[in-house]
Design a protein around this ligand. Structure first.
Ligand code: C2O
Ligand code: CU
Ligand code: CU
Length: 493
């Protein structure tokens, strides 16, 4: 099967052993399990850190990026003796990374070879509504469609693409469909020079999946639907606990994305500082050193990590325990993930190289002028009896417009979480800035398109509707919550 080409490289890197699982990881959704116990199957792995494949630019025109993306079903071996049915873009999980440059004209020739309708949504990109992959623009099985858009100036950052069909977003993402979009600044079309060419630059795509005893992608249980599905197969760039090899002293640049349906990652590297340099939509004004960074579903973060360990030692990229709350009374309102090892970091035996200093100023991020902004209230609620999630008391209905904004206006959205759980809130098409959380000003200005809102929190965000009239979605990025109603439509006109 043709779809297997990259999967062979990307997914078959798992090594298996029948009875040698190391009990280092435990999964919050299955108390007795270890992360190496996937659906009751032992999985042991630590392949070399894989970089996701790159999409090839077929255009000869300067300033144009043109490529073919095909979604199709494929059967792969994840568990010994078992074949897992997955969905892939161009044969790989994750799909090929689109390496783009600000100002570029992008043409994506998309073919849907899946047995069901789909769309591609370009998460975080500021592009026209008709290109957004809205659920009302499905691509039928067997059909092709061109997505055409321009990458705005000043939008250098890390974005991603995933399906967004009506009622099927969660299941198609869980089947494996997602890929990254890296937008480089015009001043630096090839990547890393703006920060330092000396820092090795890695894309780190965090995802999880859930397999059943037959090795198939497991269907959501009732509890998965309420909490959002977390799986015990933890993947970094499609591999189980890969090993990144580093030289002592050599600062690494990690561009990390949470592409999981519901899992939260409180990231840390023991003994090391995560120096945040970027957020969803690109660089910050100045680096922010942190010991841990929370990444809720669909959020991105860019960090520099000074490799201060000794030659020959190892450390790990970890997800620390985090309680994201629960509406399930059986768990008394808590849903705390276990400490998980995501990726090994192995120092070579080489002597440390001299440390390159991190620049102290990174980019110009102008705060949005909110002096003329109008405020819109958004309230998130849950109802377990009706298995529903609501925005301003309503479940999503694609035929209804929930909010209208005037073209050219600036708005402040005051979002209140009246539920029992955290919700990662996302707005399509219009990157925003967080003003404050429960009245506390956000410590630094950043371009965001998704942020976590905790139970009882009020978060105020600001955005400008300067162009691109049309219908836009906003929703919880726990994909099960989105499908159970926590989504609304904004019309800009
Ligand atoms: Cu990642 Cu509606 O989007
Ligand atoms: Cu989006
Ligand atoms: Cu939610």
């Amino acid at each position: 099967m043709s779809g297997l080409k990259f999967l062979g490289l990307v997914l078959l890197v798992f090594a298996f052993a029948a009875c040698s699982s190391t009990p280092t990881n435990a999964d919050s959704t299955d108390a007795g399990a270890t992360a190496n116990d996937v659906g009751g199957n032992d999985v042991v792995s630590s392949p070399a850190f894989p970089e996701p494949p790159l999409a090839v630019n077929a255009s000869k025109e300067p300033g144009t990026f043109e490529t073919q993306l095909t979604a199709e079903a494929a059967d792969v071996t994840l568990i010994p003796g078992k074949t897992t049915h997955v969905y892939v873009y161009n044969g790989s999980v994750p799909g090929p990374t689109l390496d783009l440059v600000e100002g570029q004209h992008v043409v994506i020739h998309f073919t849907n070879k899946l047995p069901e309708p789909t769309t591609i949504h370009w998460h975080g990109l500021h592009i026209p509504a008709a290109q957004d992959g809205h659920p009302s623009d499905p691509i039928a099985p067997g059909a092709s469609h061109d997505y055409v858009f321009d990458i705005p100036k000043g939008s250098a950052g890390l974005y991603w693409y995933h399906p967004h069909p009506e009622g099927k977003t969660a299941s198609q993402v869980s089947m494996g469909l997602a890929g990254m979009i890296r937008v480089h600044p015009v001043a630096d079309p090839h990547g890393h020079d703006l920060i330092s060419a000396e820092f090795p630059d890695h894309l780190v795509i965090l995802s999880d999946n859930k397999l059943d005893a037959q090795g198939q992608i497991a269907a959501d249980t009732q509890i998965d639907q309420i909490n959002g599905r977390e799986g015990d197969l933890l993947l970094v760039n499609g591999a189980v606990k890969p090993t990144l090899t580093v030289q002592a002293g050599q600062t690494q640049r990690l561009r990390i994305i949470n592409a999981s349906a519901a899992r939260y990652y409180l990231l840390a590297i023991p003994g090391h500082t995560l120096t945040q340099i970027g957020s969803d939509g690109g660089l910050l004004t100045a680096p922010v050193p942190q010991s841990q960074i929370l990444l809720s579903p669909a959020e991105r973060v860019e960090v520099l990590v000074a490799m201060s360990g000794s030659p020959g030692t190892t450390t790990t990229l970890q997800a620390l325990p985090y309680n994201r709350g629960a509406m399930d009374p059986n768990t008394m309102g808590t849903l705390t993930s276990a400490q998980l090892d995501l990726m090994n970091i192995q120092y070579t035996a080489d002597q440390p190289i001299a440390v390159t200093t991190i620049p102290t100023s990174l980019a110009v991020v102008k705060p949005i002028d909110v002096s003329k902004a109008t405020t819109r209230e958004i309230k998130l609620t849950e109802d377990m009896m009706n298995k529903g999630f609501f925005i301003n008391g309503k479940k999503y209905d694609g035929t209804r417009v929930d909010s209208s904004a005037a073209l050219g206006s600036t708005e402040i959205w005051s979002i209140t979480n009246k539920g029992d759980m955290d919700h990662p809130f996302h707005l399509h098409g219009f990157p925003f800035q967080i003003l404050d959380r429960n009245g506390t000003p956000e410590p630094f200005v950043a371009w965001k398109d998704t942020f976590n809102i905790r139970k009882n929190e009020i978060v105020r965000i600001a955005m400008q509707f300067n162009d691109f009239p049309g219908r836009w979605l906003y929703h919880c990025h726990i994909l099960e919550h989105e499908e159970l109603g926590m989504m609304g439509t904004l019309e800009v006109k």
